[in-house]
Design a protein around this ligand. Structure first.
Ligand code: GLP
Length: 238
């Protein structure tokens, strides 16, 4: 695991973008695994800025998102579909048909998403990390062998995400559909972003702790090509 400590989240975004740019510049039809949450917003900002400067095209890029809430309308402002359009897709030349988000609540929906991904291979997976060490929506206790699955969200996750739902935990969906840990581990390269002091504990456990299903991100120690970009606050316990 290659850990890069940056002075602040702006530098994290810039450095993470250098890696992503390298992947897409070398493979214009690269397959990107994309994440939601506040962590990748700076990276998406860099992608948009450099696209607008005419330096990189996403015309042939394919994307697969990590996760989506169950039971949320795609057009709901807090759906991950809306998030991706607002924060990235609407500002670059990626083709709508080339973007994929998991959707649904049945095993068949999960299997269909997994099958769509197995036709390709994710060249670079972007990840954030939850305070409890989740990646995607793979909460503590998720099997390392899991593929795309339906998840019951952890109390901590519901609490963390209430800020997007009028600070009302009751409004946060209680289930999600998420790539599994084994799905994530299949990607060729992984780029994880974590900023802020509330991530320091999870980052330390991911990097230096035991590899255990109670800390989902710890599995990344077993992946051959992971780069972690953290600011000084998130690196505090390393
Ligand atoms: C969310 C997402 C994750 C994300 C994490 C951290 O619940 N499902 O993909 O990495 O929580 O979010 P944030 O980046 O806002 O801290």
């Amino acid at each position: 695991m290659n850990v890069i400590v940056c002075k602040d989240k702006q530098e994290v975004a810039k450095k993470a973008y250098e890696l992503l740019k390298d992947v897409v510049a070398n493979k214009p039809n690269a397959v990107l695994g994309l994440a939601t949450g506040s962590s990748p917003i700076g990276l998406y900002g860099e992608m948009i800025a450099d696209y607008k400067a005419g330096n990189l095209s996403y015309k042939n890029v394919i994307s697969f998102n990590l996760d989506e809430y169950v039971g949320i309308d795609k057009n709901h402002p807090e759906s991950y579909s809306s998030f991706m359009h607002k924060e990235l897709f609407d500002h670059i030349d990626i083709q709508e048909d080339n973007t994929h988000l998991p959707f649904g609540d049945t095993q068949a929906d999960c299997d269909a998403y997994e099958a769509a991904m197995s036709d390709v291979s994710i060249d670079l997976q972007v990840l954030g990390i939850g305070r409890n060490g989740h990646i995607g929506f793979n909460e503590p206790g998720t099997s390392f062998d899991s593929l795309t699955h339906i998840v019951d969200l952890d109390e901590k996750t519901i609490e963390d995400n209430a800020r997007f739902f009028d600070n009302d935990a009751n409004l946060v969906p209680k289930k999600a559909i998420s790539m599994g840990i084994a799905t994530i581990m299949k990607s060729k390269r992984i780029l994880l972003i974590a900023t802020g002091e509330n991530k320091a504990e999870a980052v330390a456990a991911m990097v230096n702790g035991p590899v255990t299903e109670s800390m989902p991100a710890s599995i990344l120690q077993k992946h051959a090509d992971v780069t972690v970009f953290v600011d000084e606050a998130a690196a505090a316990n390393l």
